[in-house]
Design a protein around this ligand. Structure first.
Ligand SMILES: NC(=O)C1=CN([C@@H]2O[C@H](COP(=O)(O)OP(=O)(O)OC[C@H]3O[C@@H](n4cnc5c(N)ncnc54)[C@H](OP(=O)(O)O)[C@@H]3O)[C@@H](O)[C@H]2O)C=CC1
Ligand SMILES: CC(C)(CO)C(=O)C(=O)O
Length: 297
């Protein structure tokens, strides 16, 4: 029996927990801030249900084989008591978050050799605690090596396609290219397609080009087609559509992962001497909308 604890069963953590709990060989528990009774996830494969063990305080936790952290990036330090209670010598800790700085954010909490950064491409929305909609097929990428391969193997019996990649850094930055333009609808509070114009396209393309340039300087391989495809996807975003979790968080009045998704492009751009004026300006403007998470997470 493999024991797995998911810290933060929100949209992503709840979906992952529900899928893993379908495997009778896994003992799945969830570590919550807001209590839940169970998990019900509407997936492209139909509705799945799970009744994992629900822990509400780190004092109830004991060491497990795998800890999966799926909180927002700005909640990192609040997960420390959970991670400490759930870890023994052999425990591995996977960080399932957006952005490219999983290791920087958690290396003061988890030893590097037990830390597994995870890129997840899986659109999910939490409608109520434990009630989630997974709107498309899920894809997970992890670094090559034993930890990455063992993590990917946990998903063998799920609809989530998980694989270890030698070029994980490219996986992370290509995902960030897809995420970085969502700062525009988070600011305008409407879909991009209906307001598209040459000036608007210059902003969206600028955000993406800056991200790709900084990613390449960090060692990622990002073909130009990645930028062009994301710009095209933005151009065709239909009226009423929500561009993912950042836009959804702004609409809900929640804190936003501005630093992890756009601030990081500015910070790492400065390190490499790459100008990032579009990201810099929109980070400043969205931060001025009231989110406390414009500063470095
Ligand atoms: N949603 C999506 O479609 C996608 C999101 N991502 C990324 O995945 C990560 C998670 O996002 P998402 O699932 O949307 O976020 P949610 O806000 O839906 O979920 C985060 C969860 O973490 C919980 N939490 C926060 N702090 C703690 C703590 N100290 N202990 C226990 N639980 C805690 C929250 O509790 P509470 O219930 O009290 O709010 C919530 O359940 C982010 O980095 C996001 O960018 C990546 C791909 C797609
Ligand atoms: C765009 C999406 C849904 C892709 O997984 C995402 O990463 C997010 O909303 O944060």
């Amino acid at each position: 029996m493999t024991s797995i604890a998911i810290v933060g069963p929100g949209a992503i953590g709840g979906t992952v927990a529900a899928w893993l709990a379908q495997n009778p060989d896994f003992d799945v528990s969830v570590c919550v801030r807001t209590p839940i009774a169970d998990l019900v996830v509407e997936t492209p494969e139909g509705t799945i249900r799970a009744t994992p063990k629900v822990l509400t305080d780190p004092s109830e936790a004991s060491p497990v084989d795998w800890v999966l952290v799926a909180t927002k990036t700005y909640s990192t330090d609040s997960t420390r008591p959970w991670i400490e209670a759930l870890c023994a010598q052999g425990t591995r800790v996977a960080i399932i978050q957006n952005g490219v700085e999983h290791v920087r954010l958690f290396e003061h909490i988890v030893p590097a050799e037990r830390l597994v950064p995870v890129m997840i491409n899986l659109p999910a929305t939490r409608h109520a605690p434990g009630r989630i909609e997974q709107s498309r097929h899920g894809v997970i990428a992890v670094p090559a090596g034993q930890n990455g391969e063992d993590f990917a193997a946990l998903f063998a019996h799920t609809e989530i396609e998980a694989a270890a990649h030698a070029d994980f850094v490219s996986q992370l930055w290509i995902k960030l290219c897809g995420n970085c333009a969502a700062i525009v609808p988070a600011l305008t509070l409407r879909a991009m397609g209906p307001v598209w114009s040459p000036d608007f396209e210059a902003i969206v393309r600028g955000l993406n080009e800056e991200c790709a340039a900084v990613g390449r300087a960090e060692g990622a391989e990002i073909p130009q087609s990645v930028v062009d495809d994301f710009v095209e996807r933005s151009r065709t975003m239909p009226e009423g559509a929500i561009a993912g979790s950042l836009h959804a968080d702004r609409l809900a009045g929640n804190p936003m992962e501005i630093d992890a998704r756009n601030g990081v492009i500015v910070r790492l751009g400065e390190k490499h001497g790459i100008p990032t004026p579009m990201n810099h300006m929109l980070v400043t403007l969205l931060g001025a909308s009231g989110s406390p998470w414009v500063k470095r997470d």
